[in-house]
Design a protein around this ligand. Structure first.
Ligand code: ADP
Ligand code: MG
Ligand code: ZN
Length: 478
């Protein structure tokens, strides 16, 4: 039997740090990157005798996330203690939610090369993040930084509905875009604001039972996730084909060697001794509270996409690229509103802007210029002040040193030559320098005209107005 006789089954546990100003049970700030242990207080450092108070914003953000992913919102919910020992967790328990999560039974719709598919969400619950261990290479020990302890998280648990690495990637991208649109998390994967535990099992195609799963913890790059899934699925198939069996274990993916390693096995044997946290009151939500949040939800990516197809006649493919990021989508809408040219704005975003983002390894929200800059670039081309090839150079400038496109073309002397006298001068010069092409054209070789226009463009460094140039050549070749 081979790889093709097996099916991969996956379910994800996605952790997103919420972008509340303060932590979940104390008023310490949640900002990333501060000096170690400066964002701490007796509560998040777990001093005896301290009491947690639930941050209301955390509930609001989690309910928002639940509503945006089609979940049922629990009217009655609570916080539970999940007991385990680890040096980054000074209380020796994490406050999480066990049997009454805030949100349940949702779904998100994804789109892959195979078409559309609904991925069911089991639940979304709130919990606190743990601290962080910094391994001290010089001293040989580990130092704990509790700035992250108590940063609010939502954990989004999917059903085992995912079947390919492509589906997993699309699912994560969709979740990320939804969380960005509703502004509950900055989703910065490189800072760990969004990370996924990927559960993988394999089974023979046609089999009804799921295989034993392994879990790869804390993955935070799309590329690693796709590689890790391919590797881990193949590893499991090889074990089964050799007559072995899969251990349910927690794995660590190593990007350098491209392999998974065992962290601890038989995780199911670990007993977290969950019980309701006696220091926190039950969470009771009224219909009115939930309805208010529902009413306040912003427009979600799916709805924007629908509008782009109908209102602006974008292709499905282009619309997907634009809505994937709230930032790109806002850029598109604002620049279109100012310039009145949706088609041109769309083309800039999906071609040159996307390419430059890729080359520079930037996220859309790191684009340095404004939607007004982009709109004005479009307007300058529409008015014929610059050609579209000069436009590309203006865009490069906007990435390097953003300022008004009008100013850029003035500084650089890039304005299009639309002066009849100047154009005529160039045309006559090129005709004189290329007698063979003139003869060819007169002998019926139309292609010679293209060559002459090209020469004139070269001469003017791409600045001549192409329509006028063409016209002038035709007149002078008669
Ligand atoms: P735990 O919290 O112990 O990891 P959960 O029951 O919350 O366990 O499930 C974790 C994830 O594992 C879920 O996303 C679920 O869809 C997924 N999962 C469960 N069984 C399998 C399986 N056989 N193969 C792949 N994924 C699975
Ligand atoms: Mg798990
Ligand atoms: Zn604190």
């Amino acid at each position: 039997m081979s790889r093709n006789d097996y099916e991969i089954v996956m379910g994800l546990e996605v952790h997103a740090e919420l972008s509340t100003k303060t932590k979940i049970f104390c008023s310490c700030p949640t900002t990333f990157g501060a000096a170690p242990n400066t964002h701490t207080c007796p509560i998040c450092m777990a001093m005896p005798g301290t009491l947690p108070v639930l941050n209301e914003k955390v509930v609001e953000y989690a309910v928002k996330a639940g509503l945006a992913t089609n979940c049922e919102i629990s009217r009655n919910s609570k916080n539970d203690r999940k007991n385990y020992f680890y040096p980054d967790l000074p209380k020796a328990y994490q406050i999480s939610q066990f049997d009454q999560p805030l949100c349940e039974h949702g779904y998100v719709e994804i789109e892959t090369s195979e078409g559309k598919k609904k991925i069911r969400l089991t639940r979304i619950h709130i919990e606190e993040d743990a601290g962080k261990l910094n391994h001290d290479d010089l001293g040989g020990g580990s130092l704990v930084d509790l700035n992250r302890a108590g940063v609010p998280l939502i954990e989004i648990v999917s059903e085992p509905d995912l079947r390919t690495a492509e589906e997993v990637e699309q699912y994560l991208r969709k979740l990320k875009s939804i969380l960005e649109y509703i502004e509950v998390s900055d989703c910065k994967m490189q800072e760990g604001s969004l990370r996924a535990d990927v559960n993988v099992s394999v089974r023979k195609i046609g089999s009804k039972e799921f295989g034993t799963r392994t879990e790869m913890k804390n993955m935070n790059s799309f590329r690693s996730i796709v590689r890790a899934i391919e590797y881990e699925a193949q590893r499991q198939i090889d074990v089964l084909e050799d007559g072995g069996k899969i251990d349910q274990e927690t794995l660590r993916w190593d990007d350098v060697s491209g392999k998974t390693f065992s962290m601890r096995d038989k995780e199911d044997a670990q007993d977290y001794r969950y019980f309701p946290d006696p220091d926190l009151v039950a969470i009771k939500l009224s219909e009115e509270y939930i309805e208010n949040i529902r009413q306040g939800l912003p427009e979600l990516p799916e709805s924007r996409k629908k509008r782009y197809l109908e209102e602006f006649k974008l292709s499905e493919k282009d619309a997907n690229i634009i809505i994937a990021s709230k930032y790109l989508s806002n850029l598109f809408e604002e620049a279109t509103k100012i310039s009145g040219n949706a088609k041109a704005v769309n083309n800039w975003i999906i071609s040159d802007i996307s390419r430059i983002l890729n080359e520079k390894e930037l996220e859309p929200n790191e684009i340095p210029f404004t939607s007004e800059h982009l709109a004005n670039l479009v307007i300058l081309i529409d008015k014929g002040t610059i050609s579209s090839s000069i436009g590309k150079k203006v865009l490069e400038e906007l990435f390097e040193n953003p300022r008004e496109p009008q100013k850029i073309i003035e500084e650089k002397g890039w304005a299009q030559i639309s002066d009849e006298g100047a154009i005529k001068e160039v045309v006559l010069k090129i005709l004189e320098a290329n007698p063979q092409s003139v003869a060819d054209y007169k002998a019926g070789k139309d292609r010679a005209l293209g060559f002459l226009v090209g020469q004139a463009m070269k001469e003017t460094k791409g600045k001549a107005n192409p329509q006028m140039l063409n016209q002038m050549f035709l007149e002078n070749l008669k």
